[in-house]
Design a protein around this ligand. Structure first.
Ligand code: HXC
Length: 258
């Protein structure tokens, strides 16, 4: 990948960090920026030095959504030909834990980006919302599906039709975000959680995500069959032997990630 224009990336203690970096536009997501975010995620997903990926935003906000200026003159045909959501779809094929640390405005495509992550931590002042209806459009990067999966049809429709802003406490109450953390502690808290997950046996973490993702797609029995195959697979890892032996030896395990 060429040097990204709109994201900053780094690796710290097995945590791959991606920071949205277009603060003068509230990190509005243009197509180049989305591609850079997804490419950075994919690179970290493939990188053995990275166990967990953390996404956050530079400046006053995580993201005010897709770049409205860029979309103004779009037509159905230009959208069909550009297929802008092909990049977004790649996010759901990532294997490693993705954590969003959000603050300020988390609107439209910014909210969809956060919802595409596995865990979301937010500051008390964070405002979430889907204002697309007021622009004569609607969410297009999974918002109607992921919000409905999280909070149910009746509540999702109200948020999506009104475009109202949702406070961090409402989002927490609705089960959309994991935790609310004071702004000056958000980064440290998220890195601590990421560090704890990074220290777990890597294949367990990976196959747990894989199984949980099936919960929305498969019948209960098919989901349980899938879970079971993942469970059996973990008996092929050295971390399973080490984890169980360490328990019996009454010592701390040393995991190798395989
Ligand atoms: C393009 C944006 C933008 C956006 C802000 N800016 N949001 N540019 N796309 N989504 C720009 C403004 O034009 C302005 O540029 C600068 O950022 C600062 O914004 P202000 O509006 O002056 O700031 P403020 O008054 O503090 O209001 C902040 C705000 C507001 C509440 C976040 O900007 C806002 O409502 N933005 C739009 C939010 C929205 O509708 N999002 C949904 C987008 S559609 P200048 O040049 O004047 O300084 C979407 C569809 C997703 O996300 C589909 C799938 C991807």
């Amino acid at each position: 990948m060429l040097t990204p224009q709109y994201v900053k990336t780094s690796i710290e203690e097995r945590i791959g960090r991606i920071r949205l970096n277009r603060p003068e536009r509230y990190n509005a997501l243009n197509r180049t920026m989305i591609r850079e975010i997804v490419e950075a995620m994919e690179q970290f997903d493939q990188d053995e030095a990275v166990a967990v990926i953390v996404l956050d935003g530079e400046g006053k906000s995580f993201s005010a959504g897709a770049d409205i200026e860029e979309m103004l003159d779009a037509t159905p045909i230009s959208m069909e030909l550009l297929d802008p959501f092909a990049d977004w779809d790649r996010i759901s094929r990532l294997h490693k834990p993705l954590i969003a640390a959000v603050h300020g405005f988390v609107l439209g495509g910014g909210f969809e980006l956060a919802l595409a992550c596995d865990l979301i931590y937010a500051t008390p002042e964070t405002q979430f919302g889907f204002p697309e209806v007021g622009l004569g459009v609607m969410p297009g990067a999974g918002g109607t599906q992921r919000l409905t999966n999280r909070i149910g049809r009746t509540r999702a429709l109200e948020w999506l039709w009104t475009g109202d802003r949702m406070s961090a406490s409402e989002a927490h109450h609705l089960g959309i975000i994991n935790r609310i953390v004071e702004a000056d502690q958000l980064e440290a808290n998220v890195l601590a959680v990421a560090g704890r997950i990074a220290a777990q046996p890597m294949m367990s973490v990976r196959l747990i995500k894989d199984a949980v993702d099936k919960a929305g797609d498969l019948s209960l029995q098919d989901g349980m069959d899938h879970e079971r195959r993942n469970f059996y697979l973990l008996f092929g890892t050295s971390d399973q032997t080490e984890g169980m032996q360490a328990f019996l030896d009454k010592r701390q395990p040393t995991f190798k990630g395989n």
